[in-house]
Design a protein around this ligand. Structure first.
Ligand SMILES: [Ca+2]
Ligand SMILES: [Ca+2]
Ligand SMILES: [Ca+2]
Length: 338
């Protein structure tokens, strides 16, 4: 991503760095349970396997994510029930991950239960002693894949199944027993095997970040899975960079239209207004230098910001003595907070 001027004066490079937004992601495709992400355990005749591209919980197979989660998370996964119908599948948030009691179930946390045996979706507060917060009818068939989304802002939980616009169940509770996430089958025993196949599991902090919300505005329901480092429209600019430089995600633009050298001594770029983004002008005077230096205001440049409504145009006027080749780039980073 290099833009050059006539009669080479300087090069312009925009570089974007951002932390991965996803707390955990797994597609279970390599046939080996990733122990850096999942702790597994069983009760009774349960098993946990990774096979045929999914994680498979048979009878009371259980997993606990090794990640420490913030209080608010959004969790996506694809769930398919196979084997015997009598099945209760549980996702536990706000838990310490401990199992116990006579049936080896979660000891605490807020549970989202899918129950094909009775065609219900439930939200149960185990921290409060097993209080049913929601208990709604929902047909769950064996052999069909269900896209499950749970959003938890630390107070209100929404459970979506296939449709990410209208929740199937909603409940609020302040209960909080820990920073872990566990997933398990309740059915513990044969004669028939009760199997839940899990795929495409992803968790992100919730509420969504500004970047994810922006992504959602182009792809309804997909903001949770927005990958800042991906290049959806393959124009050489990461999705996050398109957000940070106020580019239309769908149409895209070449780099030269984003960070522009309007003259030998001025470059401009556009950015969205009012976002928690930090822009830093950096420079180096030789392509052989491996490190960039932060440009110093006044000494190296002055800046004029033109208000354009929802965006602003930043005019960077370079004040350093012209050197045949000085390289500039704008680095942008998102603040940790949304
Ligand atoms: Ca794996
Ligand atoms: Ca898979
Ligand atoms: Ca792109």
């Amino acid at each position: 991503m290099i833009a050059t001027l006539n009669r080479i004066a300087f090069f312009l490079i925009a570089a974007v760095f951002t932390a991965k937004a996803q707390l955990v992601t797994d597609d279970f495709n390599d046939g080996v349970i990733d122990t850096s992400k999942w702790g597994t355990s069983t009760f009774g005749s349960g098993t946990v396997t990774e096979d045929s591209g999914t994680l498979n919980l048979t009878n009371r197979g259980r997993i606990v994510c090794t990640t420490t989660f913030p209080l608010g998370i959004a969790l996506d996964m694809r769930v398919t029930f196979s084997g015997a119908v009598s099945e209760e599948f549980k996702v536990v948030l706000r838990t310490d991950g401990a199992f116990g009691g006579a049936y080896g179930e979660t000891l605490n946390g807020v549970v989202v239960a899918l129950r094909p045996s009775v065609d219900k979706v439930e939200i149960i507060d185990f921290t409060a002693g097993g209080v049913y917060l929601q208990d709604v009818p929902y047909v769950l068939n064996t052999g069909l894949a269900y896209d499950l989304r749970i959003t938890d802002d630390g107070s209100t939980l929404n459970v979506y199944v296939n449709d990410f616009t209208t929740p199937v169940a909603t409940a609020s509770t302040a209960s909080n027993s820990g920073t872990k996430l566990s997933v398990y089958n309740r059915e513990a025993y044969p004669p028939s095997n009760h199997i839940t196949n899990i795929d495409h599991i992803r968790a992100v902090a919730y509420p969504l970040t500004e970047f994810q919300t922006w992504y959602e505005s182009y792809h309804a329901g997909q903001g949770h899975q927005a990958d800042p480092d991906a290049d959806d429209n393959r124009n050489g600019l990461s999705n996050f960079a398109e957000f940070a430089f106020a580019v239309d995600l769908l149409s895209g633009q070449p780099m030269a239209n984003i960070l522009q050298a309007v003259s030998r001594n001025q470059l401009t770029y556009r950015r969205p207004k009012g976002k928690r983004l930090t822009y830093t002008l950096e420079r180096k005077t030789s392509a052989l230098e491996t490190t960039w230096q932060t440009a110093t205001p006044v000494t190296h440049y002055t800046e004029t910001v033109v208000d354009e409504g929802t965006t602003e145009l930043v005019q960077v006027n370079l004040t350093a003595s012209p050197i045949a080749r000085t390289y500039y780039r704008v680095r942008v980073a998102a603040s940790a907070a949304p």
